[in-house]
Design a protein around this ligand. Structure first.
Ligand SMILES: [Zn+2]
Ligand SMILES: [Zn+2]
Length: 324
């Protein structure tokens, strides 16, 4: 199964692991130091994926997995953490804003299901649909084996992975504690889900997001572009070199979408759900409908923060209208 493995710099390997969504693959990275290996992201907690990690470690002559660094706690990046890290296993490094999200999302879901149902209802989702959507998270907990971090990151740390020094860059937006890693010696940017070559990563406002994720995300894009990396290694898709161009495209995409949201709200007073339906039309997949709502709300929130929209809240509803 060595075909899934590519050496991207001396002693640094990209491994492509299977996932059941997006384009079907997540890229993780192995950093070799003699018989020890450090890993960036770990795929899902599934037999196929873990088998591939273990056979790759054996092929590389690794006797021990030393450190697991996770870019963010989505199942395709963090799912196998509990299998690979923990007492007697690898050390787990995770940004501290991801840490409190793990338990409610993957271990005891009841409280989060209630919060999400309430969030969907106040944002205009019909009752039956809110019931189904709020429970849709449950399936994901089955592909995630959580682990407690041994080191909590803030951002700006210098780490040694394998024999490669890297700097942690905190890039919130897609997830509150998302991190990228930059290696100045090789010019490589390990971008996680922050900058992808083909997709615009989902930036959503929801009970587990930060309060203004879109502005944070755009700010993070500019920061990683300023590194001027030689090559970006994304978690999905193929490596690419023109980060400046890609960042410009993403910034422009969000700018146009904010304009579109403004024109949808127009003279009315709308819920996030009404805006999302007009932006994307009815989506087939339930999961996609929830993502569309979250993404629409992130744009509405950014416009309210900038003062272009008014955000009106009560116990029953959150509504948006043009600022007078
Ligand atoms: Zn993600
Ligand atoms: Zn991902």
């Amino acid at each position: 199964m060595v075909t899934a493995l590519t050496e991207v710099a001396e002693g640094v390997f990209e491994l492509r692991l299977p996932i059941p969504f997006e384009d079907g693959l997540v890229n993780v990275f192995l950093f070799v130091d003699g018989s020890e290996v450090d890993l960036l992201d770990c795929g899902m907690n599934s037999g196929d994926s873990l088998q591939l990690i273990h056979s790759t470690l054996a092929d590389l002559g690794a006797k021990r997995l030393r450190t697991l660094v996770v870019t963010h706690i989505h199942p395709d990046h963090y799912g196998a953490a509990g299998v690979l890290a923990g007492p007697g296993k690898a050390e787990l490094y995770l940004h501290r804003l991801e840490v409190p999200l793990v338990h409610p999302r993957y271990v005891e879901l009841e409280q989060l299901v209630i919060e999400v149902r309430n969030y969907l209802r106040v944002n205009g989702v019909p009752e039956q649909e809110a019931e189904v959507l709020s429970n849709s998270q449950r399936a994901l907990s089955q592909v995630v084996a959580p682990a407690e971090p041994t080191v909590q990151l803030d951002g700006a740390e210098s780490l040694m992975l394998g024999r490669t020094p890297v700097r942690v860059e905190w890039t919130p937006g897609h997830s509150p504690g998302h991190i990228c890693l930059y290696s100045a010696s090789t010019g490589l940017l390990f971008a996680g889900d922050h900058v992808l070559p083909d997709l615009s990563p989902n930036i959503g406002l929801h009970p587990q997001s930060t309060p203004d994720p879109l502005h944070e995300y755009l700010d993070g894009l500019r920061r990683v572009a300023a590194y001027k990396p030689r090559l970006v290694l994304p978690a999905h898709g193929r490596p690419f070199s023109d980060v400046g161009g890609r960042v410009e495209t993403l910034v422009e995409h969000h700018r146009r979408r904010m304009e579109r949201v403004m024109s949808i709200v127009d003279g009315g007073e709308l819920t996030g759900w009404e805006v999302a339906l007009k932006l994307w039309g009815p989506r087939e997949q339930l999961y996609e409908r929830r993502l569309a709502l979250q993404e629409g709300l992130a744009h509405l929130q950014a416009l309210a923060v900038e003062g272009s929209l008014e955000k009106l809240v009560s116990k029953e509803s959150v509504r948006w209208r043009r600022a007078s």
